[in-house]
Structures are given as structure tokens and as C-alpha cells.
Design a protein around this ligand. Structure first.
Ligand SMILES: Cc1cc2nc3c(=O)[nH]c(=O)nc-3n(C[C@H](O)[C@H](O)[C@H](O)COP(=O)(O)OP(=O)(O)OC[C@H]3O[C@@H](n4cnc5c(N)ncnc54)[C@H](O)[C@@H]3O)c2cc1C
Length: 496
């Protein structure tokens, strides 16, 4: 029987894997799921970091990689392409007048990006790893470096086709399904709208909630528990030449001060979509040490540095001046790198952490917290302290913890790398403590990876963040997915 796992290495076994090629086939599989009372897990590109596509409760799996075609329609031109690198043949629609496109769920984000290059357009949600599928990006509301300026996947989604857990097909268009008398209607269902405040805008814990939300927002980031995404309409943007500067600081102390300066810089860039910085990322000295060979290849030989990566439009002179001023003020060293070199570094760091942990025969403990911008410098202090604690509890002198991620969204990933069972237990305690600190500062415990099937110390992330959100999630799943057959265990866990 096939074992399925994602990038978090949480795995599950499915009795059988289906690979549907059309909405009709998906509907048939779902009807079969209901009639035979069999759990069904939807599998995208398996790049998720929360075990959400792993069939940990058994049953059958549905791989989406053959969902590659969309039906043509008025206003749109239909494009049939074969990807130059993967050889995948797929179809999509573009309306060049409005810069919108309709895509199938099974293409990967890198295939989509290569296709869009021919139209001089891009899809702004660009996670650190582009081998995930578009359907997976919708289900996890994927975000990435450019979220700083363009928002997450949610901000780009204009329409969705969804096969609901009862087999019905819903065609949703943003703007056509707003809240009426505190509820949404969808097919035969009348469901209450969520009424809680989100801790923070960048949040992947629980269902989205906002007074002016659209029904479509409940499905985006729902980890597949409300239905299968079968078609996606998105807003695209005109492609322009970009530049990336890495700014190296001699110590974390400088960077802490710099945190304040950058908060001001962020506020300053109010018209950010038309100019200015669109991604602002951080890498700490330990993480940079893990990619020393790549740094040397790019002419960077200094050690004990931490770095900010700033991506901006090449024609944006104002940002260049701001970067120069920042570097002078903090005695920092700017280095221009190619977009490809930066992507390679972003991707290699987590891979090398995983490699070290595999060698040690241990599991890393990784965070995904984000906090309001005004509390970010404080959170950085907590991370630095947490890293020192890990250095003390690890037996060896190899890397004990590394920190990197989305500085622009006050959202860093702290990765503890324990080298013994007792260090692993301490890492979990530190994680819980950091999570509580992020919550106390008004932040979230998962900003982009989602809850999936993650559990730390038997405490569900969602419960930890907000009991109200957790209750709503239980209510909604029970309404639309009553026996929790579809994507069982995601978001709220599952007990018989
Ligand atoms: C090195 C690395 C860097 C990463 N960087 C980022 C980052 O910067 N930002 C970020 O947000 N994430 C990041 N991720 C996580 C991951 O890339 C995203 O979560 C991605 O969106 C998952 O897509 P996938 O197709 O691989 O989904 P999977 O992992 O296969 O599945 C994820 C969830 O989506 C559901 N799903 C998949 N397709 C559908 C569908 N068509 N309909 C309904 N449900 C579906 C699955 O059932 C599951 O619940 C990173 C991962 C790695 C390994």
C-alpha cells in the first residue's frame, strides 16, 4: 500500500491512489467516498510543512497532478503548452485586457511561472519553494517573500471551482457571495459566517474571518477540509525586471536596531505595489553558515554575518537610495545577487537543516510565528535567547538553531536542531514558550504552514491560539464535511 508524506516527513498509508483528470471524475470519487464511508485525502505537490496531505487516518488518496485542463470561455484566450523542464502538458486561459487567468489545480507554481513569462505576467504568491501545485497554494493560502507587498494567495484569487464533500460542484466568484444576515449560502447549505477577529493578517490558523469577507475566503486556506479545488481564477501582474541586494550586518545587535529602521522604511513605502521593495527577507549567521559554499561562489567570504535580502524593481531609484542610506547608517555591506542565486539559498537552507537532522537521527523543531510589526524587535530578542538556550542544551558544537524568513511580514522561522533526546525535549518546551510569547504579543502560531496534522505536546495549535476559532472550525467542518471523510484530521485533529 502506498505511503504518502510531505516535506514535514509526516506520513500516512492509503489503500489506493486515484489520479482524476476532470471535475466529473473528482465528483465520482467523492460520491464513492461518501457511500463507502471511506476517508479521502487530497494530495497536491507534497511540499507542505504540516502533514496536511498525508493520509494519516487511512482510506484513499486523490493525487491532483493530472488535473491539468480547464474549459475555454468567452473573453479568454486558451493556451495549450508543454513545460520546457518537466514536459507536463497543460492548458490555461488568459484575459490580457484585465491581466487575469484561469488555471487548473494540478500545475506546479514553477510551471505556471514559466508559462506566464511568455505573457510578461506573473502570479505574485511565490512561496520559497515553487514545486507545490496551484491547488495546494489555494488550500494553504501560500505566501512567500512577495507577500510583503502583494499579499498572500488569497489576495490574488478571484474565482474558484470547488467539489464539495457531498459531491456537488460550487462555482464561486469573488464579490458574488458576501455575508447576508450573518451567514453564507452555498448550494443546499446555509452556514454561519465566522465572527471572530484574526490575531494578525498573515495567519494560517483556522478559517479566515473578516466582516467584509466573501464566501470564497472560507475555502482559501481551508487545508482541503471543505472541498477539492478544481479550477482557479487569479489576478496577475505585469512582469518587470527586478534586482536583489543582500545586505550583510556584522552582528545581530545591529540587526535589532535595524528592525526599527526597517519598520519606518515599510511605512514609508505606502504605494508599494507600484514601486519600492516587494520582498524583505532575513537570514541569521547560523543559516548563512549552512550555505557558506554558495556565499563563496557569489564572492562573499566574511563570517559571523547576518543578512537582509531586499528585492525591488530595477527601475526604482528611490528604493536604491534608501538601501544606500540604510547601509551607511548601519555600516552594512550591500551585495547584488541574481534572483536565481537568492532562490537557491532560500531553498538550500531548510534542505541542509533537514540533512543535518537526518545525520543526527533527530527531528527538528520549527516555528512559523508572526507578530504585529511593532512587537517584532521584541520577538527577535526572544528568538536570539531561544537559540542561546539550544546552544547550551546540545551536546555537540554543531549548529543548534537557525533563524530565517519573512522579515517584511514580522514572520521568521526559528529552527531548533537538537542533537540528543533531552535536547529535543527542551526544544519542544522552548517552542511552546515562544508560541505563547508570540500569542501574548498579538501574533499567530502559524502564519503560513497551517495546522495540518501538527501537534506539539498534544496541544493543538488552533486551540492554543483561540478557542473561538477552534469551535467555529469544528462547527463548519461538521456542517460541510459531517463525518470528516475529506482530509480527515487537518486543522482540528480527529478523534473517533
Ligand atoms: C523548502 C520549502 C519552502 C517553503 N516555503 C514556503 C513559503 O515561503 N510560504 C508558504 O506558504 N509555504 C512554503 N512552503 C510550504 C509549501 O510549499 C506550501 O504549503 C504549498 O502551498 C503546498 O502546496 P502543495 O501542492 O505541495 O500541497 P500539499 O503539500 O500536497 O498539500 C497541502 C494541503 O493542500 C491540500 N490540497 C492540495 N491540493 C488541493 C486541491 N486541489 N484542493 C483541495 N485541497 C488541496 C492537501 O490536501 C493538503 O491539505 C515551503 C515548503 C518547502 C519544502
Amino acid at each position: 500500500m502506498p505511503t504518502i508524506s510531505d516535506a514535514s516527513h509526516r506520513s500516512g498509508i492509503a489503500d489506493h491512489i486515484f489520479c482524476p483528470q476532470s471535475e466529473r471524475e473528482i465528483q465520482e470519487i467523492i460520491i464513492e467516498m461518501v457511500e463507502s464511508d471511506t476517508p479521502l485525502t487530497v494530495v497536491g505537490g507534497k511540499t507542505g510543512l504540516a502533514g496536511a496531505c498525508s493520509p494519516m487516518y487511512g482510506g484513499i488518496a486523490m493525487e491532483m497532478s493530472k488535473m491539468l485542463f480547464v474549459e475555454g470561455r468567452e473573453r479568454y484566450t486558451t493556451h495549450n503548452v508543454t513545460d520546457s523542464e518537466t514536459g507536463t502538458n497543460f492548458q490555461y486561459l488568459i484575459d490580457q485586457k484585465t491581466n487575469t487567468g484561469i488555471f487548473p489545480p494540478g500545475i506546479t507554481l514553477e510551471e505556471m511561472d514559466r508559462a506566464l513569462e511568455t505573457h510578461n505576467l506573473f502570479f505574485a504568491s511565490k512561496p520559497g519553494y515553487m514545486k507545490g501545485q496551484l491547488g495546494g497554494a489555494v488550500a494553504t493560502n501560500a505566501s512567500g517573500p512577495r507577500t510583503f507587498s502583494y499579499g498572500a494567495t488569497r489576495d490574488a484569487v478571484l474565482g474558484l471551482h470547488i467539489c464539495l464533500p457531498n459531491g456537488d460542484l460550487a462555482r464561486l466568484k469573488r464579490g458574488e457571495h458576501s455575508i447576508e444576515n450573518g451567514s453564507f449560502s452555498i448550494g443546499e447549505f446555509e452556514i454561519q459566517a465566522p465572527m471572530y477577529d484574526l490575531p494578525i493578517e498573515k495567519n494560517m490558523c483556522g478559517f479566515y474571518s473578516s466582516p467584509d469577507m466573501d464566501l470564497i475566503d472560507l475555502f482559501i486556506g481551508s487545508e482541503g477540509v471543505l472541498g477539492v479545488v478544481t479550477e482557479i481564477e487569479v489576478q496577475l501582474y505585469e512582469r518587470k525586471e527586478t534586482e536583489t541586494q543582500m545586505i550583510f550586518f556584522s552582528s545581530e545587535k545591529d540587526l535589532k536596531i535595524c528592525g526599527f529602521a526597517l519598520s519606518e522604511l515599510r511605512l514609508d513605502l505606502s504605494n508599494i505595489r507600484n514601486g519600492g521593495i516587494f520582498s524583505l527577507e532575513y537570514i541569521d549567521p547560523v543559516a548563512l553558515g549552512l550555505v557558506e559554499d554558495l556565499l563563496i561562489k557569489n564572492g562573499i567570504t566574511d563570517k559571523n554575518l547576518c543578512a537582509l535580502e531586499i528585492e525591488y524593481w530595477t527601475d526604482d531609484g528611490t528604493t536604491k537610495v534608501k538601501i544606500e542610506t540604510l547601509c551607511e547608517a548601519y555600516n552594512a555591506l550591500p551585495t547584488k545577487l541574481s534572483g536565481q542565486a537568492v532562490m537557491q539559498m532560500r531553498y538550500t537552507i531548510p534542505q541542509r537543516v533537514n540533512g543535518i537532522m537526518a545525520e543526527r537521527g533527530m527531528i527538528k523543531v520549527a516555528s512559523d510565528f508572526s507578530v504585529p510589526d511593532e512587537h517584532f524587535p521584541q520577538m527577535i530578542e526572544h528568538y536570539i535567547f531561544a537559540t542561546r538556550q539550544m546552544q547550551l542544551v546540545n551536546d555537540g558544537d554543531g549548529p543548534a538553531a537557525a533563524l530565517w524568513g519573512h522579515f517584511g511580514n514580522s514572520h521568521l522561522h526559528w529552527n531548533a536542531m537538537p542533537d540528543s533526546q533531552s535536547a529535543f525535549e527542551t526544544a519542544q518546551e522552548i517552542y511552546i514558550d515562544l508560541a505563547q510569547k508570540a500569542i501574548d504579543l498579538g501574533g499567530t502560531v502559524t502564519a503560513e504552514h497551517g495546522t495540518g496534522k501538527k501537534k506539539i505536546g498534544d496541544q493543538l495549535m488552533l486551540e492554543m491560539l483561540s478557542p473561538e476559532m477552534f469551535e467555529y472550525a469544528k462547527y463548519l467542518i461538521n456542517e460541510l464535511n459531517p463525518r470528516f471523510l475529506l482530509n480527515r484530521g487537518n486543522m482540528i485533529g480527529y478523534k473517533k
